[in-house]
Design a protein around this ligand. Sequence first.
Ligand code: ASP
Length: 616
Amino acid sequence: MTGRNEAEGQDALGDWRRTHGCGELGPGHEGQEVTLMGWVHRVRDHGGVRFVDVRDRTGLVQVVFHPEREPAFGRAAGLRAEFVVGLKGRVALRPSGLENLALPTGRIEVHADQLRVLAPAQPAPVAVDEGAQVEEELRLKYRYLDLRRPSKLRALDIRQKSTAAVREYLSSQGFWEVDTPYLTRSTPEGARDYLVPSRNSPGMFYALAQSPQLFKQLLMVAGVDRYFQIVRCFRDEDLRADRQPEFTQVDLELSFGAEEDVMAVTEGLMAHLFRRVLGREVRPPFPRLTYAQAMDQYGTDKPDLRFGMTVFDLGPVLGDAGVEVFRRAVAEGGVIRGLKVEGGAAKLSRSKLDELSRLAGGSGLGGLSWLSPQGGPSSHLARFLDAETLAAVARAGAGGPGDLFLVAAGPRPQVSAAMGRVRLEVARLLDLIPDGPLEFLWVVEFPLLEPDPDRGGFRAVHHPFTAPRPEDLQWLQSDPLRVRARGYDLVLNGVELGSGSVRNHLRGVQEQVFLALGLSPEEQEAQFGFLLEAMDYGAPPHAGIALGFDRIVMLLAGEHSLREVIAFPKTATAACLVSRAPARVSPRQLEELGLELRRPTQAGAAPAGGGGPGPG
Ligand code: ASP
C-alpha cells in the first residue's frame, strides 16, 4: 500500500484539534477520549492488531488499531515512519505485564477509532531515532529531521526556558530590553567584520554588529540607565568547535554603578537561570581570582575549579639546586613551577609522562621534568638533586608517598601556559574532573593592553572602551603593559561564560586609551568621533557585561557542542547546509550594488559545506 490513498488533502485537519500532547498521557487519563496529532515513529503489525507509536514534541505514545475499527484499521496498514497523522481514540491501561516503564507513557496506550493522514512522508534520509549514528553533515542538511529527535527538541526547550528566565530576571531588576542595529559600522571588537554592501551609497559598507558595545554605551548616555538584550553578534573568525560566526549574547549595561553592581546582577541572573531551568541552587557570591593568580595557580585565565591540583612555586627550592636549566631560568627572570599529581608515581607511566612533556613543549618550553621523592618512574632530575632538596620539593607541594611532581622552568607566560595544559590533561587522564559541581568564579584585574603581534604596538585585552584602574592610569603612556583594567570575566567549570568591564565615561581618559593603542587624534575622530562627541554631552559612569548565551545553554543542556543548542548552526566553514548559504548572487544584484567580482566563482560550483574549502 502507498500512503497516497490515505492523504486527505489540504484540509485533512478539518475541525479536528488536539486535546493532549502524545507525551502528556498517563494512567490518570484512563477512559478519556483524546485527539492526538504527530509523526508516526514506528509501525508494528502483530497479526490481528496494529501498533503505531506516535510522536510529537511532548513525547511518544503507543496507539493500537483493532480490526473491528474500520476504516482506521485498514488505513493504519498504509502508515510509514514520519507520516503526519491525527487520530481519535480512548486511553486505556496496558494489560499487566506489558507496561514499558522506560517510556513515560509506558503504562497506557490509546485504542484508536479514527485516523487521518495529514501528510505522507518519503523515507527520511536521516533516521529520526536517538540511537542512530548519522554523519553531522547529513544531519545539518536535514536539520528539520534531525531536530525531531527528542534530545534535540529538549535542547531547544532548555533554550526557550533560559531565554524566558533571562527576561524574567533582568526585567525584575529594572533592565529595559532595547534593540540595537545589526547593520552598523565596523567597531574594533577584535574580530573580522561581516561586511554588507550598501545599495544607496555605492562603495560603502555596513558591518554586521560584532556586539552592541557602542550602542549600549550610547543608551547609557541617553539615560536608559539599565539595558539588556538577547542579541545576535557576528564575527568572521576561523571557527573552532566552540565558536559560531553568528552567536547570541545576553548583553547588559548599567549606569551609576561599577564592578560590584554588574557582578551582583550577573550572579543573581545565574542563580535564577540554574534554578528556573534545572532546579539547581547556585550560591553567590562567586569566588574571585586576579588574572595573575589564575595564571600562576592554574595556568589559564579560565580555571576549572572542579578539581584542585594547583601549580606552586619551586623557584626558592630549585633555583640554586645546581641544575643548569633551573639556574638559567631564574637568572633570565623566569620561574620554576611544580604540579603535584597525587599518587602519580604509580598512575603515570613513562610514556604518558613523555606525552605530557611534549604537551608542555607546545607552549614553547623545552619540556617537563618530573620527580617522585619517594621513588617512581625513573627521573633524570632526581639524580641531580640531593635528599634534602627532594624533601624540600615534597614540602613545597605538600606531597606524600607515591606523589609525583611535574616541574617546568622558563619564562613566566610559557610556564603558565604549559602548566595549564598539563594540569587539564592529567585531570583528564586520571579522571579527576567530577561532572556534578558548578564552580563559578570571577577573574579580575586583567591587564588593559597586550602586545599586538600583528601590527606591533599594543592592543586591548578586552576592548578599547574598558577603563584602566585609576591608580594605574599614570603608566598608560610610559609603561602600558603595567596598567590593569577594570574588567572581569565570568568562568564556569573552565569555560568562559562572559566578560565585561567598567567603561571610560570621560572623554579625556578614553582619548588616552586610544592613544596608548596607537590611534592618532585624527584616527580617533574618524573611527570613534560619535562616541567621543557623546561623552561631551554628559555620560554617566557605567559598566556592563556580555554573556555567551549559546555556551550557557550548552552547559544547561549538558551538551558538548554549541551546534547542539542552535537550531540552524553553521559548519566549520561557516556554511548553512540547510539553505546552502553562502551562495552566489545574480549579476543584476551585483550591478545594483556597484560590485564586480575579481575572481568570479566557477559556474555550477556549489558552496562548500562540512569540511570542504570555503566558497572562492
Ligand atoms: N561587548 C563586549 C564583548 O562582546 C562585552 C562587554 O564588554 O560588555 O565581549
